[in-house]
Design a protein around this ligand. Structure first.
Ligand SMILES: [Zn+2]
Ligand SMILES: [Zn+2]
Length: 332
């Protein structure tokens, strides 16, 4: 098999895909039997930390501690990246009908201290420190040349695409704007062009009035089950005031975001019985200054169903639990 790592543009939809075909040495660490947890002695992340292999890009201690032995979160370069770490800028190449660009980028691993402690069992302070690590690495990657988008994401469980059960997030810097983000930006831009208002601010206003899809709120954040959810129990966390960039939230809003995540992940863990899930942050692209109409947010997608033909063939998602019912279940 030839090694190909490049972004390719779909000629019809204009969407970018990443072809990352490499002889994969990446092992899977989930055992088939759900009851048989991966022992700590076999966990590759315990290994990374102990052997100090891989470049440690950042570490943050537990609250009230300062010593490296009291670390809570560490960030490393990913040992098995799907992109090529390369700081040179390469333009989009046209070959006949098609466009591509080398799969350059950055892929970092955010490793949490506890081998078996998902977000649903963390306390507020721990979540706040993890958020701080996201912000610091986002700001560092922002400075890299030619990176058009930085995606912070978290996969929990094999159904969500995680290969290691030990809690970890990932941060990608990419030379293209991913399709879901491009669509979200374009939709917001279109709404703004027509109304001179932010689509998410309007939506939040209406949701706060109706109250049926609100799951939780505090001073600065609202948590809702979106009206047109893509999966059962989809959850979005929005800053209540309009802001386009996640990476510039101040201390008090960071605390409020940690509070909202703490409440919501605890309820997912308890009320939905600890399902696999993905979450990610959609924020304005780092290099674009004219995306002020964009309203950043966090999306949480529990992975309870497996996609079939209608989803893949028509792009129509079948959601078996209504967002109104989901909000009711997650409000408790
Ligand atoms: Zn571990
Ligand atoms: Zn807004």
């Amino acid at each position: 098999m030839n090694k190909i790592i490049e972004f390719r543009k779909d000629l019809v939809s204009g969407d970018w895909v990443l072809i990352s075909a490499q002889k994969s040495k990446k092992p899977m660490f989930f055992t088939r039997e759900p009851t048989k947890a991966l022992p700590k002695s076999k966990c590759p992340f315990e290994n990374i930390v102990q052997s100090e292999q891989g470049k440690n890009l950042l570490w943050l201690p537990k609250k009230g501690k300062a010593d490296a032995k009291d670390w809570l979160v560490r960030v490393y370069e990913n040992k098995y990246p799907v992109v090529i770490t390369n700081k040179t800028c390469v333009p989009v190449i046209k070959r006949g009908l098609y466009e591509s660009t080398p799969g350059n980028g950055f892929q970092e691993l955010v490793i949490m201290r506890d081998h078996m402690k998902p977000f649903g069992l963390m306390d507020k302070d721990e979540i706040e420190i993890i958020l701080e690590s996201y912000i610091l690495r986002y700001q560092a990657l922002r400075a890299a040349p030619c990176m058009e988008f930085i995606l912070i994401l978290h996969n929990s469980g094999p159904r969500a695409g995680a290969s290691v059960p030990h809690p970890h997030s990932q941060i990608f810097a990419l030379p293209i704007i991913p399709p879901d983000v491009a669509n979200s930006l374009e939709g917001s831009r279109r709404y703004f062009a027509n109304t001179k208002r932010c689509v998410h601010c309007d939506m939040l206003k209406s949701e706060m009035k109706e109250k049926i899809r609100i799951i939780y709120q505090n001073k600065s954040f609202a948590v809702i089950a979106p009206y047109a959810s893509k999966v059962s129990y989809e959850i979005r966390i929005f800053p209540k005031n309009h802001e386009s960039r996640f990476e510039i939230i101040d201390e008090s809003r960071k605390k409020d975001l940690a509070d909202a995540m703490h409440v919501v992940f605890r309820r997912i863990y308890k009320n939905l019985k600890n399902p696999d899930y993905n979450f990610f942050i959609h924020t304005a692209p780092p290099k674009k200054e004219n995306e002020k109409h964009y309203h950043w947010h966090m999306e949480i997608l529990p992975r309870l169903a497996i996609w079939g033909g209608l989803e893949l063939g028509a792009g129509i998602d079948i959601v078996k639990v209504s967002p109104e019912e989901a909000a009711k279940i997650l409000r408790k």
